[in-house]
Design a protein around this ligand. Structure first.
Ligand SMILES: NC(=O)c1ccc[n+]([C@@H]2O[C@H](COP(=O)([O-])OP(=O)(O)OC[C@H]3O[C@@H](n4cnc5c(N)ncnc54)[C@H](O)[C@@H]3O)[C@@H](O)[C@H]2O)c1
Length: 315
């Protein structure tokens, strides 16, 4: 039995990860519940298979005291929405860069070695090239992406200087039940308020690789088990992609008014810092032996169906 510590484990991806980890070990969830919900992990708390430490990763002390004695640390806490950095430019510095430093420093002080980090395809900046793990010719263009870049650099430095072993996964866009943010949830929430018209930021041609949350967790656990370098960096994304227009149409089809119209605000991107065309090369993880079970379109379809049930029938 391993002891797992999941920072951000009450959130969307974190709670799905916890669903898997409780089958193979003891789980401590560290979360400030700013976005995540106790309800997402309530069953595991009730059964005693997981415990919750309510704490803020922007502070070192609570992490340092609660991470002691664990075998693997998963760090998933972050500002989840890249565009929120536009209104609060300190947000990603604190929720991203400083929180990540706190996690690795708390591990160092406790002599812990194994870290899994949730990074992002936003690392690759504004390019429609299909990006592999070695491609960082374009720097991030969002504060969120910048904080992931800084987090990866800190982890690399801790790996070299303090013998940390890390698995960094650069996610595409993750979708599925219990989603806390993202285009599909945004559209469904808008349709719940204005059933006849859906406002979509940009011109709808933005297109990104989407991966279902079960596949995301599966890929993380596969990579953790099968990659053994000191620093293991993997894209976790399907080879294909889905347009915002397609997501909007699917959301309308699953809404109470399937005849709702779409109003595009225009422009090639949703907001400053948004990468309109994102393409990620998942062949490194495929060479290790893992591929997602769903295409991007299949992941989005399944997620919209699940989220529509949550939004229109109440969570
Ligand atoms: N969802 C995606 O499409 C996607 C894509 C790329 C990368 N990621 C990364 O994956 C990770 C998980 O994302 P998610 O979609 O599950 O988001 P989420 O917001 O649902 O989960 C993050 C969790 O961290 C918690 N948290 C935030 N700040 C905290 C703090 N200071 N202290 C303690 N807890 C804190 C939140 O309450 C939440 O439960 C994040 O690091 C995110 O940047 C997500």
């Amino acid at each position: 039995m391993s002891r797992f510590f999941v920072v951000g484990g009450a959130g969307f991806i974190g709670s799905h990860l916890v669903d898997r980890l409780v089958d193979v070990g003891e789980v401590t969830v560290f979360d400030d519940l700013s976005i995540g919900k106790r309800a997402f992990i309530a069953g595991h708390l009730a059964s005693g298979r997981a415990t919750l430490v309510e704490g803020d990763a922007r502070e070192l002390a609570p992490l340092e005291s609660s991470v002691a004695g664990h075998d693997v640390v998963f760090h998933l806490a972050a500002n989840p929405e890249a565009r929120w950095g536009l209104d609060n430019p300190r947000l990603d510095l604190e929720q991203g860069t400083i929180a990540t430093w706190n996690v690795v420093e708390a591990m160092r002080r406790n002599g812990l070695r194994k870290l899994v980090f949730s990074s992002s395809g936003t690392m690759y900046g504004d390019t429609d090239e299909v990006c592999a793990e070695g491609d960082l010719g374009k720097l991030p263009i969002s504060l969120y992406g910048a904080s992931k870049y800084a987090g990866e650099a800190l982890i690399s430095a801790y790996a070299e200087c303090f013998d940390l072993q890390a698995w960094i996964f650069r996610f595409g866009n993750i979708v599925g039940p219990r989603g806390t943010h993202g285009a599909a949830l945004d559209f469904l929430n808008k349709l719940a308020k204005t059933p006849d018209e859906l406002e979509v930021l940009g011109d709808g041609t933005q297109a990104k690789p989407y991966i279902f949350v079960d596949d995301c967790v599966d890929g993380i656990l596969f990579g953790l088990e099968h990659a053994s370098d000191r620093l293991n960096v993997y894209n976790l994304a399907p080879p294909d992609f889905t347009s915002v227009r397609r997501i909007a149409e699917l959301c309308i089809a699953h809404s109470p008014n399937p005849n709702a119209t779409i109003r595009y605000t225009g422009g090639d991107r949703g907001w400053p810092g948004d990468v309109p065309q994102s393409r990620m090369d998942g062949s490194k993880l495929a060479a290790l032996g893992w591929k997602p079970s769903r295409t991007s379109d299949e992941a989005v379809s399944a997620a919209v169906k699940a989220l529509a049930t949550e939004v229109f029938s109440g969570r």
